[in-house]
Design a protein around this ligand. Structure first.
Ligand SMILES: [Zn+2]
Length: 67
């Protein structure tokens, strides 16, 4: 019969998340990992306009349902 080709690439556990949208300004949200401080190693999410002080969206967890 015909050969079946499986083209499923192995996805690394730390696969990049799809682009998220800022709930405040509808711009993009980027994910970063804290390199220092008490949150070192923890992932957090920040609006791309945050550094420019054009938006205040900064979250340590995104859409996890936690308070
Ligand atoms: Zn924003």
């Amino acid at each position: 019969m015909s050969a079946s080709s499986s083209n499923s690439l192995p996805i690394p556990p730390d696969w990049l998340l799809p682009l998220l949208q800022c709930p405040l300004c509808d711009d993009e949200i980027e994910s970063n990992v804290a390199r220092s401080g008490t949150q070192a190693g923890n992932r957090f999410y920040k609006c791309i306009r945050y550094d420019a002080r054009q938006c205040r969206f900064l979250s340590s967890s995104m859409l996890t349902g936690g308070g």
